[in-house]
Write a protein that binds this ligand. Structure first.
Ligand code: ATP
Ligand code: MG
Ligand code: MG
Ligand code: MG
Length: 468
């Protein structure tokens, strides 16, 4: 007897096999002929499989006829060709073992559909819904594709620290690990100062980006990427910001801004085509049930070249657009979500790579453009903007000239001593290099069309999230 997943048992190849399957009941229907149809799902695919339970099974009256949505079982039986529409196979049960019941009075995931807001309150149950099952399978496929892509191009996966002393952006978006408050140090049970709980008395934070540490490895080993959790103390309630999210950050020695853009484009095309090939059923669900522009948007990624637009030209387009934006458009200001959406959804109708941003709105480590207009200094930044989500990638060529870097640090009031090792990378064998960060959740949002970032991560961390 083979143990199969629902996904495997739904394939025509399974017909004729004796199998064992386990899962959670979605529906039960009793036929007048004295037998029942039970649909189960085990998370392996969007589709359920139908079990036919005859009335002569020993526990038919005592258990099977009481199975309701949410109860769990294991069935043994033969996979048969199904007469039903939209399903190739079904299981003729030889035995059904019930593991757990779910009281229809209190089990929340009944036929009634709940809003995604409501489902967030049930982070422990929402993975049992079609939408979250599909999101998690796509999220998993994207994560695998990220590794496949970089490993296939000989990048090394470097594990950068979660707890760090460096404030990558200097933007004050870091969660503190240590209190470093001499007046109120953490104490142990006996009232002694507990330095270990204060990260050994050193200033320390949760990482906002592994980039600076990634540069260390890129400028020794060539091509690297990081992929892990990242934290930002963003006290904002938007549909695309989380306090804890996953980021993938490639960093490559000897790459300039153009190489960086090409890498980003190749990378996104690969993720989208992997997901379309391997998650066809889930993707059809997103197209039909979540956002019917999903396939069209994704096609723009896999086919054709991304639009490349200099920041200054984008400002020009926005100024001449005749649109009434909530936030003003002016050279020197960062683009807001509404501007990004106008460019990608209305003007270009495709993904856009914006590059050469004003130096004043970008961090110190981005390479200064020597040929910019003197009163409008720019840096070699690039953001990839997508319809629906806006910015999904932020990156740049890095400043490899020590003197220029130090000038920029002083301009931004950074303490040079804090970055002694970063500066030494420029002092000893400096090289041009570039990299970018892709937010995993933004990518999942883009691929699935899910409107809110809270609904593409298992446990969203936001200012409002409490229990989970
Ligand atoms: P935004 O302008 O949307 O706030 P950012 O410019 O601050 O993003 P970067 O520092 O460029 O973000 O980070 C690189 C990528 O990480 C972004 O392009 C985005 O995909 C993702 N990202 C950044 N902040 C968040 C967040 N709070 N939640 C989820 N993803 C994020
Ligand atoms: Mg931000
Ligand atoms: Mg941004
Ligand atoms: Mg950015």
């Amino acid at each position: 007897m083979q143990r199969l997943s629902v996904k495997e048992a739904r394939l025509p190849e399974a017909i004729g096999q004796q199998v064992r399957l386990s899962g959670w009941v979605r529906t039960r229907r009793d036929s007048k002929g004295g037998f029942s149809f039970i649909e189960i799902n085990d998370g392996s695919s969007l589709g359920n499989i139908q079990i036919i339970a005859d009335g002569d099974l020993p526990n038919y009256e005592s258990e099977i006829k009481h199975l309701s949505a949410g109860s769990s079982l294991t069935v043994e039986g033969e996979v048969k060709q199904s007469g039903g529409k939209g399903q190739a196979t079904e299981i003729q049960a030889a035995s059904i073992v019930m593991h757990g019941t779910a009281d229809p009075e209190s089990y929340p995931l009944q036929k009634k559909r709940h809003s995604f807001e409501k489902l967030r309150e049930w982070a422990h149950l929402r993975p049992r819904t079609n939408t979250f099952g599909a999101v998690m399978r796509v999220r998993n496929r994207i994560s695998r594709s990220i590794h496949d892509f970089f490993q296939g191009e000989d990048f090394l996966w470097v594990h950068t620290p979660i707890i760090t002393a460096s404030d990558c952006e200097g933007a004050g978006e870091m969660f503190r690990v240590s209190t470093l408050d001499p007046a109120n140090p953490p104490k142990d049970d006996k009232g002694n100062i507990d330095y270990a709980r204060d990260f050994f008395g050193r200033a320390s934070y949760l990482t906002v980006s592994g980039q600076l540490e990634g540069e260390i490895y890129a400028t020794a080993l060539g091509k690297i990427y990081t992929f892990g959790p990242t934290f930002r103390a963003e006290n904002s309630n938007t549909s695309r910001h989380l306090a804890e999210f996953w980021m993938v950050e490639p960093e490559v020695a000897f790459y300039d801004l153009t190489d960086n853009m090409e890498l980003a484009e190749r990378f996104l095309k690969r993720i989208v085509s992997d997901v379309m090939a391997d998650c066809a059923e889930d993707m059809q669900f997103f197209q039909d049930r979540i956002d019917n522009t999903t396939f069209a948007k994704l096609e723009k990624v896999t086919e054709g070249k991304f639009q490349r637009v200099a920041y200054t030209d984008a400002i020009d387009i926005l100024e001449k657009s005749g649109q009434e934006f909530e936030f003003p458009v002016a050279w020197g200001h960062d683009l807001q979500a509404e501007h990004e959406r106008f460019l990608t959804e209305q003007h270009f109708e495709s993904p856009v790579i914006l590059y050469n941003y004003p130096a004043t709105i970008k961090p110190f480590y981005m390479k200064v453009n020597d040929d910019a207009e003197p009163d409008r200094p720019t840096v070699r930044a690039m953001d990839v903007l997508t319809p629906g989500v806006g910015e999904i990638i932020g990156g740049s060529q890095r400043e490899e000239r020590l003197d220029v870097l130090e000038d920029r640090m002083r301009q931004q009031d950074l303490n040079l001593d804090d970055y002694w090792w970063y500066r030494e990378l420029r002092e000893f064998g400096t090289v041009p290099h570039s990299g970018f960060g892709l937010g995993l959740e933004r990518m999942v949002q883009f691929v699935t069309g899910m409107a809110n970032i809270r609904d593409v991560i298992p446990f969203p961390r936001t200012p409002g999230s409490a229990e989970f």
